[in-house]
Design a protein around this ligand. Structure first.
Ligand code: NAD
Ligand code: ZN
Length: 390
């Protein structure tokens, strides 16, 4: 089959690779009809993630048609149309029983590597390095889905792929980002980033009772989408200082809830950060640039909450933990427990409450994926969310 493979920093290619096979009685093979490029893929594209190997198949936002199921699969059959969560979860370990699916204890066959880096191992993820399981991803014609009775969501007829595919990741991720912010009725919520995840965090902040949403980015089309679709007020960090602007907008108190929907790709917004960036480039270190997180901590009102759906890898530096401690902030974060949210969010789509397809700006065949990685990474050509059709 054809699949999008990682070959190194800024080097992804569509290669011919072996078709996936059922390896375990709980597996399913899904023929992919729609799959997307995610901001998380950019961390791999930018070489931030160790434990990648040349030829690894990328992608973790897939949906398609079930082709084949293993002997023990009871909930799926060939022909079913499914969205596949990016988190691989067994459904029955201590963590899955508590609905902490992205922390599944049994789905990462390379748990030893993860434990060395993190103390414990989170769940395996599709297309996200050998440390997180080494599972081939879904930017491909076919995908092997382990624990097929636990993750995939059956999609009723009549809903096009474009409306439901984001249940695989970014809609639940934006929702959990807002839920983790512990929004109380009328709160002012500031969202760093206006990328696809942020767009769903903004939508979800309103659903959870926000009184005001302020979104921060510098890409004009993304700021515009936050205003038009997200009904957010916006700050362009290239034009004004974010801290001063937020203080002015909140009469000096700061936003009640701050959501970092940027993560490791953050661009510098200040002089100190610029020095840091140069230092890192000089020594060629692929570490995190936690500019958005630092700013969220400094801006958040005393006693407020900082929610971090943005992905960090390794050792993000200069986190003002003293400020966080003395201001009494609450932190919540994590890879999304996707399976927890798929059913309720599918219902919101079915009832017409939300049509997630508003984020899509580019739809291309799989063969054009390498060019689209560059366009998405450069934030050129009005690119906000890329959908691939294998
Ligand atoms: P994206 O790269 O398209 O969007 C990031 C946005 O942040 C861009 O628009 C960029 O201009 C903006 N930005 C950069 N620096 C900034 C700064 N200093 N202040 C404000 N905005 C800044 O990515 P995305 O697909 O929206 O994903 C966002 C983050 O969410 C990524 O880190 C991704 O890995 C993460 N993510 C997490 C999960 C999860 O389970 N927690 C799932 C999916 C994605
Ligand atoms: Zn993703």
């Amino acid at each position: 089959m054809r699949a999008l493979c990682w070959h190194g920093k800024s080097d992804v290619r569509v290669d011919t690779v072996p078709d996936p096979k059922i390896q375990d009685p709980g597996d399913a093979i899904v023929r992919i009809t729609t799959t997307c490029i995610c901001g998380s893929d950019l961390h791999l594209y930018d070489g931030f993630m160790p434990t990648m190997e040349a030829g690894d198949v990328l992608g973790h936002e897939p949906m398609g048609i079930v082709e084949e199921v293993g002997k023990s699969v009871t909930k799926l059959k060939p022909g079913d149309r499914v969205v596949v969560p990016f988190t691989i979860s067994c459904g029955s370990c201590w963590f899955c029983e508590r609905k902490m699916y992205s922390l599944c204890d049994r789905s990462n066959p390379n748990a030893e590597i993860a434990r060395k880096a993190m103390g414990q191992s989170p769940a395996g993820l599709f297309g996200y390095s050998h440390m997180l399981g080494g599972f081939p991803g879904g930017q491909a014609e076919y995908l092997r889905v382990p624990f097929a009775d636990v993750g995939p969501v059956k999609i009723p007829d009549g809903l096009p792929d474009e409306k439901v595919v984001f249940l695989s990741d970014i809609f639940p991720t934006g929702y959990m980002g807002a839920e983790n912010a512990e929004i109380e009725s009328g709160d002012t919520v500031a969202v760093w980033g206006c990328g696809p995840v942020a767009q769903f965090a903004i939508q979800s902040a309103w659903m959870l009772g926000a009184g005001r949403v302020i979104a921060i980015d510098r890409v004009p089309e993304r700021l515009e989408m936050s205003r038009r679709h997200g009904k957010a007020e916006t700050i362009n960090f290239d034009e004004v200082g974010v801290y001063d602007q937020l203080m002015e907008m909140t009469k000096g108190r700061g936003p009640d809830r701050c959501i970092d929907a940027v993560g490791a790709e953050a661009h510098s917004t200040g002089a100190v950060d610029a020095v840091l960036d140069k230092a890192k480039t000089a020594v060629g270190m692929a570490t995190d640039r936690a500019h958005a997180l630092r700013e969220a901590i400094m801006c958040c009102r005393k006693g407020g909450t900082v929610s971090v759906p943005g992905v960090y890898i390794g050792y993000p530096d200069k986190i003002p933990f003293g400020a966080a401690m003395n201001k009494g902030l609450t932190f919540k974060m994590g890879q999304t427990h996707v399976q927890r949210y798929t059913q309720p969010l599918l219902e919101k789509i079915q009832s017409g409450h939300i049509d997630p397809s508003f984020v899509i700006t580019h739809t291309v065949p799989l063969k054009d994926a390498p060019q689209m990685y560059k366009t998405f990474s450069d934030k050129k050509d009005g690119c906000i969310k890329v959908v691939l059709k294998p």
